[in-house]
Write a protein that binds this ligand. Structure first.
Ligand SMILES: [Zn+2]
Length: 526
């Protein structure tokens, strides 16, 4: 190319650039919307990320679809006295993100068993099955053998890393179970939940698999020596105790707390296996754990699922929050110089939605964001990859044309108005709603969303003129009556920061999450 031509075009382009910049009026250039957004791009230009991590923390907000993120972000801001829309949940400020396709091999709209198996083993599978591939026949014990997958938690253990599984759901529930168990049915949480043929066929219930994790892994791979999951905390005590009131804990809700019909007390078995470990079942026991010296912790804080965050004060013996469990787990796991893999699930976002109660789904999402922030604060961004995602969405919508700052749990009030907008039927309507489910209920100050299951479903339009829709016990209206609100099939999001985070981008299948973990930790490297 001719050098004079190059010089001429350089001068022309320099003139064009400065003339170009002068086109922008002051109102635009001096707008904070403009400069704040420009800063986002400047920050991205300086962004660099390493490939290899020492530790990985995978956070899963169960049922935390995009509309849940938006609504929870607004609620979080409004709780802090702001308008709400302009804020971010902690992980929404992470530098990298991707859009994730959630379908199961045999289902357009997925469940938590198939999705978590995909995330933690790298292989998509059928709805309702745990840690096994699509060649399984759900509910058929005989089809498990030969179809078992190896999870990232198992690989991390084999590599000598410490591992942890934390959930506000029962620790035997689908999402946490997929990290350590193989089961033809997600509902086989204890032996009493299994068909006789499955027990006779040698299939082991999920709670038993948690307690026998180390032994089972060593039998499966002769010659390896692992030390077992360091931290397991959540709910679900009923699946670990015999069906005998003599075994009730001080936290028991039912007359007979345990469900097991094989007379086994798995909490005692666990304590025999890990004589230097600590079994805790309430907040006082949790607080007494010295994280600097603890080597093994099993925490079962509720007979069934742990309380909703908004309902936590009503627990009988007291239980820790998700952020407290997350901080404690990290403090224990980081005693291992080789690193750790920690999986944290907020299980009850999903349950709030299933009950058609946005209040609890959103308050649990805000607590989930707090737990992620606690993890970010407690770790070195140069050595810890933090992934935050959901397993699937819900039929939860943010609708109408509410004005900026309108209470997210409130009725739609339009721009320029102070009175609720009226629908064509002359009645006000809420911003948040569900396409299907149990429908409207006004349970006032009730903070347990599951109270709805004691009341008949009530779908269709109701006159909510005199109802406080921001109260904990308000259940949103719905169109299609179902015994429980359902999952939704649209994509969810993945947010990432730390070594390897830059590989989280684009639209990806859910089983890519495993490969992000594996790439960063090098779980299969020699
Ligand atoms: Zn271990």
């Amino acid at each position: 190319m001719h050098s004079r031509w190059i010089l001429r075009s350089l001068i022309a382009s320099a003139l064009a650039t400065s003339a170009q910049a002068a086109v922008l009026p002051d109102v635009q250039k001096s707008s904070s919307w403009y400069s704040n957004a420009e800063q986002v791009i400047t920050n991205k230009l300086g962004q660099t990320t390493k490939d290899k991590a020492k530790n990985v923390i995978l956070f899963v907000g169960d049922g935390m679809g995009i509309s849940t993120l938006t609504a929870a972000r607004i609620l979080q801001g409004q709780l802090a006295g702001q308008s709400g829309e302009e804020g971010y949940l902690s992980f929404e400020t992470f530098p990298y993100s991707a859009q994730v396709k959630t379908y199961n091999v045999d289902a357009q709209t997925p469940d938590s068993a198939g999705t978590m198996t995909a995330m933690i083993s790298g292989v998509k599978t059928d709805v309702g099955v745990i840690g096994v591939d699509e060649d399984i026949e759900r509910g058929n014990c005989a089809t498990v053998k030969g179809n078992e997958l190896v999870s990232a938690v198992e690989l991390a253990e084999i590599r000598g890393l410490s591992t942890g599984v934390v959930s506000t759901a029962r620790i035997t529930h689908a999402t946490p179970a997929a990290t350590y168990a193989k089961s033809a049915d997600r509902n086989w949480e204890d032996v009493s939940d299994m068909p006789e043929a499955a027990v006779a066929g040698g299939c082991e219930d999920i709670a038993s698999q948690l307690v026998n994790f180390e032994k089972n892994l060593e039998i499966r791979f002769p010659g390896i020596d692992v030390d077992g999951i360091e931290v397991a905390m959540g709910g679900g005590r009923r699946h670990f105790l015999p069906k005998d009131a003599a075994f009730n804990s001080a936290d028991a809700r039912s007359e007979v707390e345990g469900d097991r019909t094989d007379e086994r007390d798995l909490t005692a078995e666990w304590q025999t296996t890990y004589s230097n470990g600590t079994y805790v079942m309430d907040k006082a026991g949790f607080d007494a754990i010295d994280a600097s010296t603890a080597t093994k912790v099993l925490g079962l804080f509720n007979e069934s699922h742990m309380q909703y965050e908004a309902d936590r004060a009503n627990d009988i013996a007291g239980e820790p929050s998700l952020s407290e469990m997350t901080s404690k787990a990290i403090d224990i796991l980081d005693n291992n110089d080789k690193g750790y893999l920690l999986v944290v699930e907020s299980g009850r976002i999903d349950h709030g939605h299933h009950a058609g109660n946005a209040y609890n789904a959103l308050y649990d999402t805000v607590e989930f964001a707090k737990a992620v922030q606690a993890a970010a604060d407690a770790t070195d961004p140069e050595e810890t990859l933090i992934l935050v995602t959901a397993d699937h969405s819900h039929v939860f919508t943010i609708a109408g044309y509410p004005k900026r700052g309108n209470p997210i749990l409130g009725k739609v009030v339009s721009v320029g108005s102070d009175e609720p907008s009226l629908a064509s039927d002359g009645m006000p309507y809420t911003t948040l709603g569900y396409t299907n489910g149990r429908g409207f209920a006004d349970l006032g100050s009730e903070t347990n969303a599951d109270a709805i299951y004691g009341i008949d479903p009530n779908a269709g339009r109701k006159d909510i003129s005199a109802v406080d829709t921001t109260a904990p016990g308000f259940h949103q209206e719905t169109t299609i009556p179902l015994s429980s609100e359902t999952h939704a099939g649209e994509d969810i999001s993945l947010h990432a920061k730390g070594p390897g985070a830059h590989l989280a981008q684009g639209v990806v299948e859910q089983n890519v999450v495993f490969h992000l973990i594996n790439q960063s930790l090098g779980l299969l490297n020699d």
